[in-house]
Design a protein around this ligand. Sequence first.
Ligand SMILES: *[C@@H]1O[C@H](CO)[C@@H](O)[C@H](O)[C@H]1NC(C)=O
Ligand SMILES: *[C@@H]1O[C@H](CO)[C@@H](O)[C@H](O)[C@H]1NC(C)=O
Ligand SMILES: *[C@@H]1O[C@H](CO)[C@@H](O)[C@H](O)[C@H]1NC(C)=O
Ligand SMILES: *[C@@H]1O[C@H](CO)[C@@H](O)[C@H](O)[C@H]1NC(C)=O
Ligand SMILES: *[C@@H]1O[C@H](CO)[C@@H](O)[C@H](O)[C@H]1NC(C)=O
Length: 767
Amino acid sequence: MCVVGVTAKYLCLLNVEVILISVHLLSHCYNSFVSSYPRLVVHTDLWQLNRTWVFQGHGASLQPQTMLLDEGHERLYVGAKNTLFSLSLDRVSTHHREIEWASTESQIEECMMKGREKPECANYIKVLQQYNQTHLLACGTGAFNPVCALLRVGHNGQDKLFSFEEESVMSGRGRCPYDPNSPCTSTLSRGELYVGLYTDYWENDGALCRLNNQTYTRTERNDRQQLNEPKFVGSAVIPDNDDRDDDKVYFFFTEQEVDAEGANKAVYTRIGRVCNDQGGQRMLVNRWSSFLKTRLICSVAGPNGIDTHFDDLEDVFVLNSKDAKNPEIFGLFSTTSAVFKGYAVCVYHMDEIRAAFNGAFAYRERPEHHWTPHEDRVPYPRPGSCASKVNGGGFSSSKEFPDEVLRFVRSHPVMYRPVLPQHHRPVLLQTEQGRRKLTQIAVDRVQAQDGHYHVLYIGTDDSFVLKVITIYNKDTDTMEEVLLEELQVFKVPVPIKEIIISPKRQQLYVGSEVGVAQVRLHQCDLYGSECADCCLARDPYCAWDGLTCSRFYPAGVYTKRRFRRQDVRHGNAVQLCNGLQIDAEEKLVYGVENNSTLLQCVPRSLQAKVLWFLQKDGDKHEVRGDERVIMTSHGLLFLRVRSSDAGVYVCQTVEHGYVHTLLRITLHVLRGERVASAVRVANDGGPRALAPSSVPGPHSRLWYKEFLQLIGYGDAQRVEEYCERVWCSDKKRKKTKRRYAPLGGEKRGKGRGEENSHRAPRHTLDT
Ligand SMILES: *[C@@H]1O[C@H](CO)[C@@H](O)[C@H](O)[C@H]1NC(C)=O
Ligand SMILES: *[C@@H]1O[C@H](CO)[C@@H](O)[C@H](O)[C@H]1NC(C)=O
Ligand SMILES: *[C@@H]1O[C@H](CO)[C@@H](O)[C@H](O)[C@H]1NC(C)=O
Ligand SMILES: *[C@@H]1O[C@H](CO)[C@@H](O)[C@H](O)[C@H]1NC(C)=O
Ligand SMILES: *[C@@H]1O[C@H](CO)[C@@H](O)[C@H](O)[C@H]1NC(C)=O
């Protein structure tokens, strides 16, 4: 790109960035997975707005799946290669502490002797759990020789305590995989670790295990009916009633299912559950007496009765509520098809999950037969139940269960009924080809004026977090998705590997291999200060308070709050903001005959539709655009303005039925000679004479905007011509060509440069 002088160079460089951003905008916003654009895309300004802070990891290779939130001690713990970090929840980028926990030289040597590569032969932290108030349990791969240890955490005067308990080091076998890339999930319940992992060096033995330091229970080895090539995704403890002995640990995973034909292997998502289970006494010794599983379905009905299934679970989020027995479960799924990659989010309720586990057991004579419901008698106590007071039976341990019960559960681990999602369909879908991949999900429940909403935070493979609400319309039985914001949390495109939400702090903690970012959940003022801007945003965190768009608190939290305007469900600004419109801004723009002129008007919202009207001689008509007058995302562009174009142009936006007049621009068209003389004056008087007030003609600010516009318009040749015409002298261009050519990215044809070289610069913008 051509450049003259310091200022012009700055403008040109700035424009390179603008191009990149607008391309980015297009590729991300057209065909967005929600029905339309996000209203707001927040890119690099996240940092400038202090809405995000990033912990860079100091070169350590982070294991972002291993993150643990400790609100009591106000810390976030993050596993890494040979290291554990403790970060401040207030500001992850400052005051971190770290523990080094590397494998010994001899362990590394042994690992490499077994044929592993050097980078694999390190201690990658894969398990991190809050053991009790003062200790964490951490496990690492230990150069293919898993190890666990306790870490001391807490307060220590001013400092946060974070230290290694040397004497607690123990074997990690059965607690932590050998391979750094092996999928695993863990949760801690009543001091015992429940973990889904591959327990062996060769990754053959996928198992669900319970361990304390004396006993363990696990799935049967090599029993494909229990687990078949599982990929472990998540786990959670969910109580069934007030008896803690009845607590269930749920596992979410995918596995291979051999269909009735025996040939076609399919991937299914499973939900499995176990009790605090000691196994049997004579049979099922150290094996689950309570393990059951069923299929988790997330599908869309097709027009021809064939459903599209999303069978590959990517991530799961358990949204806890006041009622600990009934969290809502959000699954992020993808299709398993190699040709068509789509994503969906489904929500599951515990009623439905319990109904499946309390329903019929599935039965099939041989693996190649179809599943049928088991209709014969079921032994007592019901197989899969916990040994507890509430459950009757009066058993204090699973070791007392009758053999008949153990035998039954061993042969019937699958439930006949699958778990269907709320409304029997996804709450969110992305089915377009070639879109970004979705990797992670976290959810916040937000109280708004008109009810509560689930705000979904969805991580992508290119550093973004999408903030979405979904609204169910009972009358039409339809789902509306509203993409509120797209937040770029890392400057380089990396997959988001973990999202932890802290509703208490109103923060997200987002993990990737390059760092951990902390992002505030909302920034209401970004939507604009007008009632309509705030209303149309439909962000349940935000409401218009009479002056600005600010954080919404439900009635009673801050009694002093007077009126708040918010309408998440309908975004009906027409009704809510009636009479609160700020008068349209008035502007004066000078165009030069036969030159290009931009009437700039950029609505804050990407979802707003822009309309232009021309008022002239008492008449008002809509400007539709043609080959000379182009409607662009930056405004109305006249490629060759005529004196007959003069008049008052009104820029109006329509969004959600709300009509808003943003600008009234009076366009004057100047004849060529007048401008030429003005320019002469400007050149003689130096750049300061170009001040807008002194010359009623083109000045740098206008050109800059035109320039922007031309880029937005995307006609590279015109941009170049314009650039040359306005900013480039032959001499300086040659100089700058050498210096800046790679930045512009566009090759200048030699011939054309020569051809234009006789032209003198109209102005120089440098001082
Ligand atoms: C962001 O924080 C810095 C330093 O804390 C401060 O100087 C700056 O004004 C803040 N910016 C905004 C937009 O709040
Ligand atoms: C937590 O567990 C460790 C190890 O068993 C023990 O030393 C410590 O006292 C426990 N802390 C509390 C608060 O129970
Ligand atoms: C292991 O079990 C013993 C005996 O119950 C207990 O004292 C000890 O604290 C346990 N150790 C850990 C690390 O939990
Ligand atoms: C307007 O166009 C004329 C003719 O192409 C040109 O000489 C003049 O420099 C242009 N003025 C501006 C401000 O671009
Ligand atoms: C503008 O262009 C028209 C048609 O090309 C021409 O007749 C007219 O003289 C031009 N005016 C100026 C000021 O250059």
